[in-house]
Design a protein around this ligand. Structure first.
Ligand code: SAH
Ligand code: SF4
Length: 360
């Protein structure tokens, strides 16, 4: 990059304080005002920031830009789930999903264009990795969805990094975005309501644990033996189950908080009677809750979905073993918005004029 970054959404609060002090001889209070306008009120037009002097506003407008992720496409599922195709830098396309649940909406954002991890049951994995998203490109997805949510009179209460990509393979981009989302002067979300889901990059989990970033963690375990896990998740050859469990045990969680263990049930492969016994044994005594995710066979990758009855059986079994287990049935499968279905070809497509967003 030549010259200082003009993209406002790449700056943390403390970095903004520094820039304003150095380049504008302005106080910390100005940074607070700017953050409030942008993240609290969604205002990015300096003309509207009336508590800042005109002279300073003119100089700031020259220094900062507020890029918008154009909505390239939006689809609405019969179950109320909405999928957005956003255009980010260089015409790359990423997907974000607003998942409708009984009493809340969860926003699922992407962290990378594609993914390098190559899990065999996931469509994003078949894309390979093009690149990681910048913090701004992650924030742009959030802002884009918030803007469109006005048309529906709703919003989200939770954000999960479970879209395209492996969030901990984009450690800086993602943790900086998490900070903006949870900063009381930023979007002000509770760290309990922001979840990073990882394939199990052990060193990155440990780095996150040691950092000053407060966020909820979900780990995609998806198997109970190294043999099967390596077969479907190549990353297991580098970080086998025992190392992963150690990293999870060492992850700091608050007193009433748990790490989420995701378990995609691949019919006949990792959901046998022995598997559920091993899983229960493995999880006993750990501060975790389990999300059972029936394989979404719309991903079309040759695995089988378990029967509904068997999924309920597993849930009952986990409860009988004193473990908390939830079932995550596919949402938005009819619009290819469900787990494992996200994949884009990063070509410029014609935009839907009706969804064109107002330039910032
Ligand atoms: N890369 C991160 C986050 C994105 S994937 C991770 O792997 O955790 C989000 C979740 O979707 C993961 O738990 C993953 O195992 C699951 N998933 C992937 N493909 C799926 C499919 N076809 N059916 C059901 N869940 C799937
Ligand atoms: Fe990447 Fe997660 Fe898909 Fe694996 S499941 S390929 S880590 S997005």
């Amino acid at each position: 990059m030549t010259g200082p970054d003009k993209d406002f959404f790449n700056y943390s609060y403390s970095e903004l304080v520094d820039v304003l002090a150095k380049e504008f001889d302005a106080t910390k209070f100005r940074a607070t005002q700017l953050f409030e306008w942008v993240y609290r009120r969604g205002v990015t037009d300096f003309d509207q920031m009336t508590n800042i002097s005109r002279e300073l506003r003119v100089r700031l407008a020259d220094r900062f830009v507020f890029p918008v992720a154009a909505v390239n496409d939006r689809q609405i599922s019969t179950d109320g789930t909405r999928k957005y195709l956003f255009e980010v830098e260089g015409g790359d396309l990423v997907e974000s999903v607003m998942i409708k649940q009984p009493n809340r909406m969860t926003l699922c954002v992407s962290s990378q264009v594609g993914c390098a991890m190559g899990c065999k049951f996931c469509r994003t994995g078949t894309m390979g990795l093009k690149r990681s998203l910048s913090t701004s490109e992650i924030i742009r997805q959030v802002r884009g969805v918030l803007e469109d949510a006005k048309n529906f009179g709703d919003s989200f209460s939770n954000i999960v990094f479970m879209g395209m990509g492996e969030p901990l393979h984009n450690f800086d981009g993602v943790t900086r975005a998490v900070k903006l989302l949870t900063d009381p002067i930023g979007l002000g979300m509770s760290p309990r309501k922001v979840t990073v889901s990882t394939v199990g990059l052990v060193p990155a989990i440990r780095k996150l644990a040691a950092s000053d970033v407060s966020v909820s963690l979900a780990v995609s375990l998806n198997a109970t033996t190294d043999e099967i896990r390596s077969q479907v998740m190549p990353i297991n050859d580098r970080f086998p189950i025992s190392e992963l469990l150690d990293a999870i045990k060492a992850f700091p969680v608050g007193p009433r908080k748990k790490v989420t263990i995701e378990y995609v049930m691949l019919g006949g492969l990792n959901d046998t009677e022995e598997d559920r016994k091993r899983l229960a044994k493995m999880m006993r005594g750990m501060p975790v809750k389990i999300n059972l995710i029936p394989y979404n066979d719309n991903a079309g990758l040759g695995f089988n979905s378990p029967s509904r009855e068997w999924v309920y059986e597993w849930q009952r079994y986990m409860s009988s073993q004193g473990l908390q287990a939830f079932i995550r049935w596919s949402k938005g499968a009819d619009i290819a918005a469900a787990c494992g279905q996200l994949a884009t070809n990063s070509k410029r497509q014609s935009r839907l004029p009706v969804l064109e967003q107002a330039a910032a």
